[in-house]
Design a protein around this ligand. Structure first.
Ligand code: FUB
Length: 342
């Protein structure tokens, strides 16, 4: 199957169905919302989708984004401010093409914007840019983070101050091309192509105290099934595809992610940030559009899911971000969200 073509399941236009939430902003296309609370406001770090002449060649090339705009809200239902261009690809010295899903972290008066982009050899790497203002503009470091690869960085800072980066994505995100530890330019375009072997894992690594480097080894985020065995490559309904996020609720670490070609957002929990994690279920049914990507954040004592769909454009590469409440039940499970009203 081609990468990023619209699957029949997700492409069914949900005619006569009513979307659960409205787009947060209509003046630009936005996707992959990483939301954080800084200085009592919500800041959203999304991808900025654009329409280009690039056609879908099976590797996500039509996601040809060139800059980031940061959004902010004072209240969950309040007006959204678009702070303009926060980082442009032309100001990232090592970048080639495709600015994909970013994230942001804060430490000691500095905001760190983490972003995946293909380098001039067309290999995804992860870069970092800094600013004193959560809305930017950000200045990129001259080189990508040493040892970084693939896409979708999500940085989680634990209660002890240690930050971790979760990252990776299969298919167009190239994770499978790093399976040997070295980039395979002519490697598989999808996954390990070994259905009965453990699926490729998301990666996790500690960040250095200056937030600009990896510290220690890059490890696998192992997701175990109900029998304690790693999820297998053939388990497309449950295995990791892309779009990781981490949040902690009542001392449990919740690893949340997209299952990609089956279009779910799923979760797995652990007592430790490195896992292993136990698969628990899905918490968002397929949205309109091929990709599904999210973040989870607590704001003023309530939890929210930030996600995207294609309500405005109907095109899979021109997305819009949304928000809806998210509920943790007393047994630790997350209540399932349907992106359409029933
Ligand atoms: O926005 C480009 C890519 O699409 C992201 O990196 C993936 O997570 C998917 O949402």
């Amino acid at each position: 199957a081609a990468v990023f073509t619209v699957s029949q399941a997700a492409a069914q236009t949900k005619e006569k169905q009513i979307f659960l939430s409205p787009p947060l902003i209509r003046s630009i296309y936005t996707a992959d919302p990483s939301a954080h609370v800084f200085n009592g406001k919500i800041y959203i770090y999304p991808s900025h989708d654009i329409d280009t002449a690039v056609t879908d060649n099976g590797s996500g090339d039509h996601f040809a984004m060139r800059d980031y705009h940061i959004l902010s809200l004072d209240h969950i239902n309040g007006p959204v401010t678009d702070h303009g261009v926060a980082l442009d690809i032309k100001n990232i010295p090592w970048a080639g093409r495709q600015l994909w899903a970013p994230d942001c972290a804060y430490k000691n008066g500095v905001y760190y914007l983490y972003f995946p982009v293909k380098d001039k050899q067309d290999v995804f790497r992860i870069g970092v840019a800094t600013s004193k203002d959560p809305a930017g503009p950000f200045k990129a470091e001259p080189q990508p983070i040493e040892g970084s690869f693939s896409i979708d960085p999500a940085v989680y800072t634990d209660s002890d101050g240690q930050s971790y980066m979760y990252f990776g994505g299969i298919w167009g995100g190239q994770l499978q091309q790093w399976a040997t530890g070295k980039y395979q330019p002519n490697g598989s375009k999808t996954d390990l192509q070994n259905d009965d072997a453990p699926a490729l894992s998301c990666k996790v690594v500690r960040l250095s105290s200056d937030m600009k480097q990896f510290e220690g080894p890059v490890k696998d985020v192992i997701i175990l099934d109900e029998s304690g065995r790693p999820l297998l490559g053939k388990d497309h309904d449950r295995r990791f595809f892309e779009g990781p996020w981490m949040h902690k609720f009542k001392d449990k670490y919740y690893f949340t992610y997209s299952t990609g070609d089956t279009h779910y957002l799923a979760y797995a929990t652990s007592d430790k940030p490195f896992g292993p994690f136990r698969y628990k279920g899905i918490f968002l049914k397929p949205v309109q559009g091929w990709t599904t990507h999210h973040s989870i954040v607590e704001f003023k004592g309530k939890w929210y899911l930030f996600y995207h769909d294609t309500e405005i454009s109907g095109k899979t590469h021109l997305r819009n971000v949304k928000v809806t409440p998210l509920y943790h039940r007393s047994d630790g499970s997350i209540a399932l969200i349907d992106p359409f009203k029933s």
